[in-house]
Structure formats: structure tokens, C-alpha cells
Design a binder for this molecule. Structure first.
Ligand code: MEV
Length: 339
């Protein structure tokens, strides 16, 4: 049996803009998804939590199994178990954590685990499952944990490069003080793929939306400077500005705006995080307990979260022979298959 765990994430700056190649900063959080995989010859087909695998209920798992197990010529059915502390459709990267944990367990099972291979396979899985929308920010953060800086250009701390058509994302490790954040759920489900498609349409049709995307990119760079200086007041102000811009892009809701207003009484700043159109806000505060209570008084489910020290991990039994020579990494554009 092979096991894996992968963290969810929050985006501090740059959601939506990152899809268009603008810079972004994301942090892994200490809420995780766990996946166990057992090859079992007695099964007729793969199962997930005791039920037959189905595209409708287990889209990302099905894509990962096809990419990393079936495409490699394995025919033994797999019994897969999943459990998660991440709420779904909340902007906290639950589908990325599931894809990443599943890929990590399968890469470990077949003796191919490496962080970069995992980041590529998990992005490929999400890409196939979401019909091609979005950037690798969620899956790369889940693979690496800690904090990531994503930009078009390669910089210090470079981890890997991912490409889709014309778009290039260079993923970097970002040094950052360990953050304590409060996350509150609007109670509305936010479908990232729909929000991304809506913003794409807006950008295709108006110059105004393109300007907002560029402004979000500039805010990310200012936010990174403020975080590195430990200037929480400035970081908070920039988060507030980012929320306003995301509102102009049409991905906030009145409930998210209201929760941000409430949070700001006890926080340096607050903004929606992830795809928006529902889902969660994040706030940075020195008084996380007070802030959590204030948000709960608004009938919001709220959590105190910390940045994750580690990204995805995998352990347990393997079925593949360990390769003696290091295998060549999968190509940057498209993942899972060796060049
Ligand atoms: C979702 O967590 C972040 C978005 O920028 C989409 C993406 O980058 O894939 C909204």
C-alpha cells in the first residue's frame, strides 16, 4: 500500500492574474488531503472509498490513475481511499490537493516520486480534469508547500517551469516568515473553472479588464516586498486593494465583501482567496482568536491556519523497481510522460 498527504493553499496575491502570466504568491496551509492506494488483483475495477470509480464523482482521481498507472501499462485494479480536512469549492485548493496527493501516492507506488515530477503530473491531472483552464499555482503549492512565487521570468529560488501553449510559469520557492491567517467561508460554493472562464471572457472583450490584471500583478510585487520587510500594515493595505480589484473583475460577492469588512476591524487586511465567486476570504492578524470570533458572529465558518512547513509527502510499499540511473524529468509542457 502506498500513502500520500498533500496540503491545501491560500493565494496571498495574484489569483486570476496568474492565469495570464502575471506574478502571484501562494502559501501551503496546514489543512491536508490524504490518499491511500492499494493494488488489488481481486477487484474487477478501480474503487474509491469502496465504490466503483466514476468520472462524475472522481474526475481528478480517474485522470491521475490513467496518467500514472494505466498509461504505464499497469492493469491491476486499485483500491483508493481518500480523506480531507479541506472544504470543497472554497478557494483553498481542495481539488489540487486531491490531484497532488493521488499523483504522489501513484508516483511513490511506481518508484518515480520526485517533487518536480509530482508538480508536473498534478498540473496535468488538473488540466485534463478542468478542460484546460487555469495555471499551475494550486498544484505546485500543494507539491512544494511553504510559500511560492510565480512569475513569467526565472528568478532566484527557481524550482521548475510549466508551460501551456504560449503561457509560461516559473515556479520559485519564496522565503517568508511563518504566517498565521484566518480563513472564513462565505457559505457559497465558488467554482474556480467558471470564475476563470468569466474573467477570460472579460479580458478578451475589454482593455479595462486587462489593465486590472496588470495592476494585480504589480500588487503582487509590492506585496512580496512588504512581506519580506515584515511590514504587515503595508501587506494588509495591499490585500485590501487586491480585493477591490478582484471585485472589479466580477469575482467577489456581497457576502465576501461583507466578511472582508468585518475582518478588517481585527486584521491588517483581508481579501478573497482563490477563484472567488463564493468560497473564502483570508485575513492577516495579530489577534487570530478575536478575528475568528468576529467572523463566526457573522455566521461564517472560520479557521485559524498556518503556512505549511512541508509540501506533499508519500510513503509505504512500492511495486516498481527503483531506477538506478536518475530518470529524465518529464517535459515542461505536458506532464507524466517521459521525453
Ligand atoms: C485558483 O486557486 C487560482 C486562479 O488564479 C485559477 C488558476 O490560477 O488556476 C483563480
Amino acid at each position: 500500500m502506498s500513502h500520500a498527504a498533500a496540503p491545501g493553499k491560500v493565494i496571498l496575491f495574484g489569483e486570476h492574474a496568474v492565469v495570464f502570466g502575471e506574478p502571484a504568491i501562494a502559501v501551503g496551509i496546514d489543512l491536508e488531503t490524504r490518499v491511500d492506494v492499494i493494488p488489488d488483483e481481486r477487484l474487477k475495477a478501480h474503487t474509491v472509498n469502496g465504490r466503483s470509480i466514476s468520472t462524475y464523482a472522481h474526475l481528478f482521481i480517474e485522470k491521475a490513475v490513467s496518467l500514472l498507472w494505466e498509461n504505464a501499462g499497469n492493469t491491476t485494479p486499485l483500491a483508493i481511499r481518500t480523506s480531507s480536512r479541506l472544504p470543497s469549492a472554497a478557494g483553498l485548493g481542495s481539488s489540487a490537493a486531491l490531484s497532488t496527493a493521488t499523483c504522489a501516492a501513484l508516483l511513490h507506488l511506481t518508484n518515480q516520486f520526485s517533487e518536480v515530477r509530482l508538480a508536473r503530473a498534478a498540473y496535468e491531472t488538473e488540466w485534463l480534469g478542468q478542460e484546460g483552464r487555469g495555471s499551475p499555482i494550486d498544484t505546485s503549492t500543494s507539491a512544494h508547500g511553504q510559500a511560492l512565487f510565480i512569475s513569467r521570468e526565472k528568478q532566484e529560488g527557481h524550482l521548475w517551469t510549466l508551460k501551456r501553449g504560449e503561457r509560461v510559469w516559473n515556479i520559485h520557492h519564496q522565503e517568508m516568515p511563518r504566517l498565521t491567517m484566518v480563513v472564513a467561508h462565505s457559505g457559497q460554493k465558488g467554482k474556480t473553472a467558471d470564475a476563470v472562464a468569466k474573467v477570460q471572457m472579460y479580458v478578451d472583450r475589454t482593455d479595462f479588464a486587462e489593465t486590472i490584471i496588470q495592476d494585480l500583478g504589480k500588487l503582487t510585487l509590492d506585496g512580496r516586498d512588504a512581506l519580506l520587510k515584515g511590514d504587515m500594515h503595508r501587506t494588509g493595505e495591499l490585500m485590501n486593494e487586491a480585493h477591490e480589484l478582484l471585485g472589479m473583475l466580477g469575482v467577489s460577492t456581497s457576502r465576501l465583501d461583507e466578511l472582508c469588512r468585518v475582518a478588517r476591524d481585527h486584521a491588517y487586511g483581508a481579501k478573497l482567496t482563490g477563484g472567488g465567486a463564493g468560497g473564502c476570504i483570508i485575513a492577516l492578524s495579530d489577534e487570530p482568536e478575536k478575528l475568528k470570533e468576529a467572523l463566526q458572529a457573522e455566521r461564517a465558518e472560520a479557521w485559524i491556519v498556518h503556512s505549511a512547513r512541508k509540501g506533499a509527502r508519500a510513503w509505504g510499499r512500492t511495486v516498481g523497481r527503483p531506477s538506478r540511473r536518475p530518470r529524465r524529468e518529464p517535459p515542461e509542457d505536458g506532464a507524466g510522460e517521459e521525453e
